[in-house]
Write a protein that binds this ligand. Structure first.
Ligand code: GLC
Ligand code: GLC
Length: 642
């Protein structure tokens, strides 16, 4: 393939004659800037394909077409964001995520609750899957039947455009999912494949016999071993085995076929053109398959993401990608690109999340601190999403190394954490459940809401004031952990009201086999009003999180790419780190234990504080008695100087 010849003979003449319009120079400039890299990467994946040249031209012409469709308002925003590439790293951004139907019925209902989010201080909203999905089981919408239509139970694409317009006016950000790895079995491509059309069968991985599937199975793990064992599903209509890593109705897309990449790229940019600021790219670790491997985190999956990024930089450079790759700590960070190679700008800090849960079970900081020491730092220009809970399970995905260095045995320790959060462990007040229990290995992940996992449900059910009080302290401590750490905090919907587990899924046939629904609450707005009633649990939790958000916003050192500095200290219970930028700094101390702890004043001197110190959160002075600072059970301090 001759890159230059294609550009001058096939691309430019087509693009020029049709789109010689205002703003088009931006497209040209960006195409020019990214063309060589795009060619190179496209060839590295599709170079062997007989239609590579034709496909490449089709891709570029589609980009021009999509740029033509991009509303002017968004084109101008792109230019603004290109000039200030760090715009999303401002400490003002605070996220949430929610299911539109479980929040307030539908998209119109959601609009009525935007002022509630503003009251809390949230300005970055991830609306959970809402594109057309199968009526019965659909993995909470992560099985998409049409990427260009909103499912009618939520509303329409027009509603999304209206929300995005309102958000721009209010300086809020809108995030939607883009499920890149698979479509639902009801997607048009899947239906045509089931009718026997070869062209569409080629968009998925399909096999006539078990020979290749069996070979794959030798090295593939299972994501849902209890409910969807194996990675292939037999479809009698076509007498073929379909690659289905997740559920049987989620068909993995075949990215070795350039048509799949081009179509998904068009889908991505079509969503961008509706005014979405951030696309959450779902299950990206699984996008490339190779025999003899786990088919996760393969180099080709990264190149595909880099290609998507290049295309988006040409058409919609203001749009960010968030990687959903819940994998080992050193693998996650690779999704943020490196050395000038751009991939996603944001990734879930799943490692920090699980370390925090670990600390709440053990009551010490050992694994949390050891683990953080080993994970690679954020590349510049990228950031983490720091979260405690989300719609999924908590997988104990830390390295054995971290557990061993804390003096525990990996197997026993994980069994302890599981039994702690299911409430089986003697001292535990947690109410959670096992997800995808594997009887052979005894391995499991954990489900349950923040509040229930931290003991609130048991405290309320047993009317035990001390347990309730302790749970509230833990809830706030965990939120302090995400509000002050390097990255953007995400408050999971309902957590600001201390929502308990939701058991209603048990009586719904399409949900009862998936206990992740425990932590996907239906918001009770009546109860939410308690946030205004002094002394209620809702009031304490809501106003405390609101306050943390307010303080966070006022501190430039909480900027998103400005990483944390771990500050080691003599205590096994006090987790501490410093955030520092120019002349401003905050030292965070978190007592992970149920006892009052003391820490030497040396930590203050060591981190360079010279004048009077105070807690930025409570605004109270910090007393130093006998050269020690006292920290109550599960208390946190955000130390600053006056
Ligand atoms: C992601 C989603 C999860 C879903 C899976 C398959 O991990 O977060 O909810 O089950 O992808 O799409
Ligand atoms: C994704 C995540 C995994 C999670 C699963 C289902 O594959 O990587 O951690 O358990 O989705 O929720």
């Amino acid at each position: 393939m001759n890159n230059e010849k294609i550009l001058y003979k096939k691309i430019i003449p087509n693009v020029e004659k049709e789109y010689n319009k205002k703003y088009f120079s931006f497209f040209y400039t960006r195409l020019g800037r990214n063309y060589d890299e795009l060619c190179k990467k496209f060839l590295s994946i599709y170079g062997e394909n007989e239609k590579v040249e034709e496909s490449f031209v089709e891709l570029i012409l589609s980009l021009a077409e999509l740029y033509k469709d991009r509303p002017n308002e968004l084109r101008l925003l792109d230019v603004k964001r290109e000039q200030d590439k760090k715009w999303f790293l401002d400490p003002k951004w605070v996220g949430t995520m929610l299911y539109v139907d479980r929040y307030n019925k539908d998209l119109k209902g959601f609009l009525e609750k935007v002022d509630y989010l503003e009251e809390l201080g949230v300005n970055y909203v991830h609306l959970m899957p809402l594109l057309k999905m199968p009526k019965g089981e659909n993995d909470g919408g992560y099985a998409v039947s049409d990427y260009r239509a909103v499912d009618e139970k939520f509303g329409s694409m027009k509603d999304i455009e209206n929300i995005s317009k309102l958000f721009r006016k209010k300086d809020m950000l809108l995030e939607l999912d883009l499920v890149l790895n698979h479509t639902s079995h009801e997607h048009e491509w899947a239906k045509k494949a089931l009718e026997g059309k070869k062209e569409y069968q080629d968009m998925y991985y399909m096999y006539d016999t078990r020979e290749i599937p069996d070979k794959f199975e030798e090295s593939l793990p299972e994501v849902f071993p209890e409910t969807a064992p194996g990675n292939f599903t037999y479809r009698a209509e076509i007498n073929k085995w379909v690659f289905t890593v997740f559920n049987t109705y989620q068909w993995d897309l075949n990215y070795t076929n350039p048509k799949v990449f081009i179509e998904m790229c068009k889908i991505l940019l079509n969503l961008a053109n509706k005014g979405i600021d951030i696309l959450r790219l779902d299950a990206v670790a699984f996008m490339w398959k190779k025999l003899g491997t786990s088919s996760q985190n393969l180099q080709e999956a990264h190149i595909l993401l880099q290609l998507f990024k290049l295309c988006s930089k040409i058409v919609a450079p203001g749009v960010l990608f968030k990687a959903e790759a819940i994998v080992q700590p050193e693998e996650i960070v690779k999704y943020l690109g490196n050395d000038g190679v751009e991939e996603c700008e944001i990734a879930y800090n799943a490692s920090y999340m699980v370390y925090l849960w670990d600390a709440m079970a053990t009551g010490n900081k050992k694994i949390l601190e050891n683990g953080l020491e080993h994970i690679p730092r954020l590349p510049k220009g990228t950031t983490w999403i720091n979260y405690i809970r989300c719609h999924d399970d908590i997988g104990l995905g830390y390295a054995d190394r971290d557990i061993i260095s804390a003096g525990y045995s990996p197997f026993d320790h994980k069994q302890f954490v599981i039994s702690y959060y299911t409430g089986e462990y003697a001292d535990s007040h947690a109410t959670g459940d096992r997800f995808m229990y594997n009887p052979k290995t005894k391995d499991a992940r954990i489900t349950g809401s923040t509040a229930s996992l931290l003991g609130l449900e048991k405290g309320i059910n047993n009317a035990q004031e001390d347990i309730i009080e302790r749970a509230i302290r833990k809830i706030l401590l965990m939120h302090s952990g995400i509000m002050s750490f390097g990255g953007i905090p995400l408050v999971y919907y309902g957590d600001e009201l201390a929502s308990l587990n939701d058991y209603s899924f048990l009586s719904d046939d399409t949900k009862k086999n998936d206990n992740r629904w425990l932590n996907r609450p239906v918001i009770d707005w009546e109860k939410a009003n308690n946030r205004k009633v002094e002394g209620t649990i809702e009031n304490i939790v809501f106003t405390s999180i609101q306050k943390m958000i307010k303080v966070r916003r006022s501190l430039k050192e909480f900027q998103g790419e400005n990483d944390f500095e771990l500050v080691k200290n003599e205590s096994d219970y006090i987790f501490s780190f410093l955030r520092k930028l120019d002349d401003s700094k905050t030292l965070v101390l978190m007592n992970m234990s149920n006892k009052t702890q003391y820490i030497s004043q040396y930590i203050i001197e060591k981190t360079g504080f010279t004048s009077k110190i105070y807690d930025r959160y409570t605004e109270k002075d910090i007393e130093i008695i006998n050269r020690k600072i006292e920290i109550k059970p599960y208390e946190f301090l955000w130390i600053g100087e006056k």
